[in-house]
Structure formats: structure tokens, C-alpha cells
Design a binder for this molecule. Sequence first.
Ligand code: URQ
Ligand code: ZN
Ligand code: ZN
Length: 463
Amino acid sequence: MTVIIRGGTVVNADRAFRADVLCVGDKIAAVGENLEVPPGATEIDARGQYVMPGGIDTHTHMQLPFMGTVTADDFYTGTAAGLAGGTTTIMDFVIPDPKQSLLEAYHTWRGWARKAASDYTFHVAVTWWDPSVHEEMGVLVREHGVNSFKHFMAYKNAIMADDETLVKSFRRALELGAIPTVHAENGELVYQLQQELLAKGMRGAEAHPLSRPPEVEAEAANRAIAIANVLGTPVYIVHVSCAESLDAITRARARGQRVYGEALAGHLVIDDSVYRHPDPEFARGHVMSPPFRSSHHQQALWQGLQGGNLHTTATDHCTFCAAQKAAGADDFTRIPNGCGGVEERMAVVWDAGVGTGRLTPSEFVRVTSTNAAQIFNMYPRKGLVAAGADADIVVWDPEGTRTISAQTQHSKGGFNVFEGRTVRGVPTHTVAAGKLVFERGELRAEEGAGRHIDRPAFSATAA
Ligand code: URQ
Ligand code: ZN
Ligand code: ZN
């Protein structure tokens, strides 16, 4: 397919400039003024619009088996929804059961992802430890394009990594030139607080945030940062939700430590009042971890993005329908944790970021695409509109508006944490691997069109 995007303003993380963009096959062929239009090319009129690198969502869970059920979005529906929102690459997670071979789990997830409509890549979770895990981490880096390993410091009695696993896995990641990432919540404290709340008879979703206060997240963030500091490895903290964790990152970075932070679109604009909503189904629909926080934390997270102490925006897209969430109707600890957002992320970050003056268009590109590509070693293939890069592009109408609703969303789960929010700034066209897959509301996602993206290690000191 040949696509020419005419008359727009190209926005990269470093600058914005007027140029046409020519895509031939799955690559960008040329970026420049008044480009020749090849015969038969599909033409997109981008006058008055921005032409930006396709979004990279660093944190999704499609088709995840979790807490006794499986998420509502699979790799096709979830990536299709992402394309409708301008996201052209997702970073999902292989999560082995404890004692399960990492390689076996990796191949299972690769099988599930074959139906993806957009490009995808995997962080691999280290949920247990023995010499075989050490070996298989090496195989995953050398042979399967994995350069990031996830550690859940929460979820005791399930996938929680203890300190021995953290230390040994971080050490191994350093040897391999891979980056450790963490879900930073102290799982022991969460478990203890959950039991105390249940014993007091607090069983509804309103208890969820009380079992995971910001201090529980900050303890784990500080611990992960300290372990990384002693071992000399970088560390990436996913879904930073509170000021206290951000402070830990900011202090470490001020000392010169290589720490990265991720903010979720939901945590940037939704507060914890959702858990006190009179409708229990609505409150359960917002149960995710870390939970939505009181409003001053949103302000802190925006300052983190503006100040360069938070680097990426993601969604942790992990959707469950009302019936699935109802498993915890009388025990909040059994509500499957997770919310959606893969389709709404970019419009929410644009509306609340660029629309308020917090972010420039280039800073928007940096936190929705470029930083992710650079931190996880996909740049300049991804995260840039330039000749030679993948033809993953979103054409953005800064004046267009849309009211978000589960009624019109493409993702499954029948619920939307951004319900009713009207955003200014919307994608009008998405080009993924050179194909026009979304055009003014019409989604033409193709099951199986997505490719697995290998991510080379940064530098290996040992095999
Ligand atoms: O913790 C995660 O990132 C996964 C299991 C999704 N659920 C969630 O509540 N964040
Ligand atoms: Zn998590
Ligand atoms: Zn997650």
C-alpha cells in the first residue's frame, strides 16, 4: 500500500514542522514539502492537523488469565481498539505461573498474540527463581528479542516476587543488558491490610484503596530503586500512581540514578471518589492496582511528566466485564483487578495535557511514543516520523471533539473509566505498518496483521 499524508504539521519529540509524509509498504519513504504523489496512492488530507508517530502503550494485558478469569479483550479486540485511538504498538506481558518455565509461557503468549491487529512486543515477568529462570532469561534475550523483565512486588500467594527473586533477577538482567521493571506495591502490607479490612466487615470496593494506600506503593518503589542502585542496573517503575512514589524516582534521578517512571492515563485524570460511588458496580469497575488516588496525586503526576521524572504514559489495559468484577461483590479482594483505556489514552493525555498547556505537542509525542521507543530500544524504528521508520502514524485533529462512552468504544468489557468525558483533540486517521486502518471513525483493523517486535538488549556483558 502507498499512502501520502498531505498538508499536515509533522510533530516529533524534538520539533514540529510542515511536511508531507509518504509511506511505501510498511516504511516511511519520505518526509518533506510538496512531495510527488505516486499514482494509485491513498491520499490523506492532513491540513490543519498534526502528523505524529503512532502511540506506543507500554503496559497492556490482553487475554490475561488473572484472579480466576480471563480479561475481556483478546489480542485482536484490544489492539483494534488501540488503533482506533492512535496507538500502533502495544507492550504486553508474559506472566508465567510460579514454577512455570518462562520460555513455555512466552510461547503460549506468542500464540495468543498471532491474532493481533497491530504490532506488539512482550515484557516477560519473573515470578519465581531457580537456575532454570537464570538460563531462560538468557535465551529470551538472545533468541527472542526480549529486553525487559517485569517483577510484581504485589499479589502475595500468586505472582509476587520476593526480595531474593528481585535481587537475582535484577542482577541477571544487568548481565544480559536488559531492563528490570516493577509493579511497586508491598504485597505483604496489602495482604495484611486486606485481612484487617475484611475482619472489620468492610467488603465492598470502597475498601480496595484503603488496602493499598500510597505509602504501600512508595515502600516498594523505594525498595526497587535501592536494589537497582546497589546492583547498578536501571529500573522502570510501571503505573506510578502517587506523589510519594514519584518523589522516590525524583530523588534517585537527582542523584544520577537511571530510574524511569510510567504514568497511566487513568491515574492522571480520575480520583478515588469513584470508590465511594453509590452504585457498587460502578465502584467495582474502577478496581485496579494501584488504585485511583485523591486528586493531589494527579497534580503530582502531571508535574512528573512535565519535569521529566515520569517518562511514558500507558493504560494497563486489563478489562473485565461487570459479571467478572461481580466475583468480588461481597469480598473486594476477589474483584479482578484491572481497567481499560487503550483506545482513549492518547486523546485523554492530549486533552488534559496539551489542552491545558501542561504539555507541548512535541512533549505529548515524547510521553506517548518516543520515550517508550527509546527506553525499550525500538527507536528510531518506532517513535519517530522520518524516512526509514515504520509507517506507524496518527493524524490528529486538535479541534475535533469526542465524548467517551462504553456505548461507542471498540474494546470489550462494557465499561469505560473515562465514561462521559468530552475530549478536544482526536485521531482522524491511523496508519499502521503502512496500512490505513482507521479513517474518521471507520476502523479497518485486520486480525493477524500485527507483528512481533524484537527488542535487542542494550549491551551484554555475559552470555
Ligand atoms: O497489576 C497489573 O498490572 C495487572 C495484573 C493488571 N491489573 C491491575 O490492577 N493493574
Ligand atoms: Zn501492575
Ligand atoms: Zn499491568
